[in-house]
Design a protein around this ligand. Structure first.
Ligand SMILES: Nc1ncnc2c1ncn2[C@@H]1O[C@H](COP(=O)(O)OP(=O)(O)O)[C@@H](O)[C@H]1O
Ligand SMILES: [Mg+2]
Length: 323
């Protein structure tokens, strides 16, 4: 088994609001191995972006409440401001959800890149060769460097942010919903470009966040399914898709549209109900209200059961195999 690059244990990140805490990431644990693409899936609102953003750019109203995330022997959730500045971007970087809207509209791309690199003791000139090489991977002409963000299409900005966020060759790249605004064929090419960047060592490992399991199937080595701020299940992609264990993973997979099935003949199986409100949420399995298999024990919080490398947080697996 490959070594862990990032080890997350019992991580809690809440939002402080007028009405109490929104427990958006509530006791999450996983390992990101050296060289792997770890996919994070789950319905909208289950805490994926909070986890990704919290690891890289924790800022109010997010509040780090407990647990740890160890990168290079250090808990990156509890660093001095000076250390945080160095580690973010250089060691762990993010392509945030809606990244394309984040580029400063008043500056040319070259200037945006230079400003960012100067904060990390480098410069545009120093990285010129690398920048041009990476632009070529994502199929952008170096002419974009002399353009303003408004002159680029959404897809071009998306690919540009892929390049900018990885110029320091971080160990870990968090990619948050980078394919969600794209049509299916563009999704494919963005996934391929990201993969090529990884082959060329632009980053060691990727945390690839998406609500779209079909995209994860193309790129992820392992998949972690989140539900309502917690980990439901983690396992190798192929096994997760062929043999999902957690009732939520099963329903998530069953809700994917299939080729050859017509809606009029067989209704798509959506998951009935909604995820719970994460504000002041109490104990017990958070999926129990929507779960067809819920039983008395589910009133208690399920721990994560380890079944030969497959991890599942569901009382059905307390004795190893399904009850
Ligand atoms: N700024 C915020 N203040 C309060 N609650 C928030 C804030 N941002 C997100 N949340 C809540 O945190 C939960 C997780 O959201 P998010 O991490 O964006 O989920 P996902 O990325 O899986 O769609 C949701 O219940 C959402 O309403
Ligand atoms: Mg999100």
């Amino acid at each position: 088994m490959r070594d862990a690059l990032l080890t997350v244990r019992d991580l809690k990140i809440y939002y402080r609001t007028l009405y109490g805490y929104v427990k958006a990431v509530d006791g999450v644990a996983f390992e990101l191995r050296d060289g792997e693409v770890l996919g994070i899936a789950g319905e909208s609102g289950c805490g994926k972006s909070t986890l990704g953003n919290g690891l890289v750019l924790l800022k109010p109203p997010m509040k780090y409440v407990g647990g740890e995330a160890i990168l290079d022997g250090k808990n990156i959730m509890a660093l001095s401001q000076k250390e945080i500045k160095r580690i973010r971007y250089e060691k762990i970087s993010i392509i945030p959800q809606y990244a394309m809207d984040a580029l400063n509209p008043t500056k040319k791309i070259r200037q945006i890149v230079d400003d960012l690199l100067r904060e990390h003791n480098s410069s545009f000139e120093e990285k010129r060769e690398l920048i041009e090489e990476r632009l070529a991977i994502v199929n952008l002409s170096k002419k974009v460097l002399n353009m303003y963000p408004i002159e680029l299409s959404g897809g071009m900005k998306q690919r540009l942010v892929m390049v900018i966020s990885t110029l320091m060759n971080p160990d870990v790249l968090v990619a948050d919903e980078i394919t969600s605004a794209l049509d299916v064929s563009t999704q494919r090419s963005v996934v391929q470009m990201l993969y090529e960047m990884k082959e060329k060592k632009a980053m060691k490992s990727i945390i690839f966040i998406t609500h779209d399991l079909a995209v994860l199937y193309q790129i992820a080595d392992r998949i972690m399914v989140m539900y309502a701020g917690k980990v439901a299940e983690i396992g190798p992609t192929e096994e997760m898709v062929r043999n999902p264990l957690h009732p939520y993973t099963k329903m998530l997979l069953a809700s994917l549209p299939k080729i050859g099935v017509r809606f009029v003949n067989e209704r798509l199986k959506g998951i009935p109900g909604y995820p719970p409100n994460l504000l002041n949420i109490g104990p017990g399995c958070r999926f129990r209200e929507r779960c067809p298999k819920a039983f008395a024990k589910c009133e208690q919080d399920p721990p994560i059961f380890d079944l030969n490398g497959r991890k599942v947080s569901c009382w059905l697996f307390e004795r190893g195999d399904e009850r």
